[in-house]
Design a protein around this ligand. Structure first.
Ligand code: PLP
Length: 380
């Protein structure tokens, strides 16, 4: 009989009992109980005829939520960054130029991904906390003649909503430049009209205004966007995220590429069904109304919003940290005393703002009252 080797003792890990937090940070948001229930239903195979039907339903629901007729509309396996990398890594070919914004953390991530794809990055300048100015975008398009222009519709690091999207896309298309939009913090929470606004490619995340755990992330491409992907001279650097291969699974063939995260697809289906039941416009209105109450509450306490009223982002409320207050200590106290998550600032705004989400299932009156009351108490 082999002797027992005690160098690898059995870990004494207890049963999972995560704390019951209220999630009012930059994401994830509170998961809708119906989504959690969908996640506990039995697995079927990723090529089972019943799953193929679920895939069709998810694609149909995603088109509604993105407000698009794009055939190429799929959930990418992975978090929002996977959908982001699928967009950038497939659209940007070595030698291409991509124009990216400087007004927040996620424009920086776009730049990093474009460089790794072999592209040259050029920037349209705007300060953190401001949206892009269409004239500056137009000037940058004329100066650099980029192949791709990326912008962040809802900048989670600054609480800024990019207005004038149609103006930006019209200017880009005049220069034969394709447009990629980051809609991670806008999808299902603030007005987003992919077709009407002529966005070529949009990617998103499920864990914000869709109130679904991360793991299957929405992506949509117009025919023009997909034509560029399919006409590439060189394969994309990622096999896993190669859209021409993923098309074999999500397109008509439904052939194996990788094992889909089945439970996450169930979850997304239920989260998107909730969007369709509520109605997309009603959902945008709910976010605006409840985040409006949240904003009124924090302003009533004498706090100041970071973004001006014209580009306030209801799903992510960036509130200026009052002088002499340690943002980290406030977030910690809220977590410890109230089981409530909000976040501090990122990058250029680190230590300067609180980031308070109002997303999906978290955008409810009881959550808004709770966060305003708890923040007021901790700041007192
Ligand atoms: N883009 C934006 C605007 C985001 O807020 C995030 C995440 O917070 C991402 C991209 C990346 O998504 P993930 O963290 O799910 O990979």
């Amino acid at each position: 009989m082999p002797t027992t080797d005690n160098s690898y003792p059995k870990p004494a890990v207890s049963e999972l009992t995560p704390p019951d937090r209220t999630l009012m940070g930059p994401g994830p948001s509170d998961t809708n109980p119906r989504v959690l229930r969908a996640m506990s239903t039995p697995l079927v195979g990723h090529l089972d005829p019943s799953f193929v039907e679920i895939m069709d339903e998810v694609q149909e629901l995603l088109r509604y939520t993105f407000q698009t007729d794009n055939e190429w509309t799929i959930p990418v396996s992975g978090t929002g960054s996977a959908a982001m990398e699928a967009a950038i890594g497939n659209l940007v070919e070595p030698g291409d130029t991509m124009l990216v914004p400087t007004n927040g953390y996620f424009g920086g991530r776009m730049a990093s991904m474009a460089r790794r794809a072999g592209g040259t990055v050029v920037e349209v300048d705007a300060t953190w906390g401001e949206p892009l100015d269409p004239t500056a975008v137009d000037d940058a398009l004329a100066e650099y003649d980029p192949d791709i222009f990326g912008f962040v519709h809802a900048e989670t690091s600054t609480g800024v909503l990019q207005p004038n999207v149609s103006e930006l896309t019209a200017a880009a298309h005049e220069h034969d430049t394709l447009v990629i939009a980051d809609t991670v913090t806008s999808i299902g929470g603030v007005e987003l009209r992919v077709d009407e606004w002529d966005i070529d490619v949009a990617y998103a995340g499920p864990q914000k205004c869709l109130s679904c755990p991360p793991g299957a992330s929405p992506l949509t491409l117009s025919d023009q966007g997909m034509d560029k992907v399919l006409a590439r001279d060189e394969e994309p650097r990622s096999w896993y995220l190669d859209l021409s291969l993923l098309e074999g699974y999500w397109g008509e063939k439904r052939a194996y590429h990788h094992t889909a995260p089945i439970t996450n697809v169930y979850a997304l289906r239920e989260a998107l069904r909730l969007v369709a039941e509520e109605g997309i416009e009603n959902r945008w209105e709910r976010h605006e109304r409840l985040a409006g109450a949240l904003k009124a509450g924090v302003e009533g306490m004498g706090l100041e919003m970071n973004a001006s009223e014209d580009y306030w982002l209801p799903s992510l409320n960036a509130v200026r940290v009052p002088n002499g207050i340690d943002d980290g200590a406030v977030c910690e106290a809220l977590l410890e005393q109230y089981d409530l998550e909000i976040a501090g600032g990122l990058g250029d705004l680190s230590g300067e703002i609180f980031r308070i989400g109002c997303m999906g299932h978290s955008a409810r009156p009881e959550n808004v009252i709770y966060v305003v009351t708890a923040l007021g108490d901790v700041l007192e």
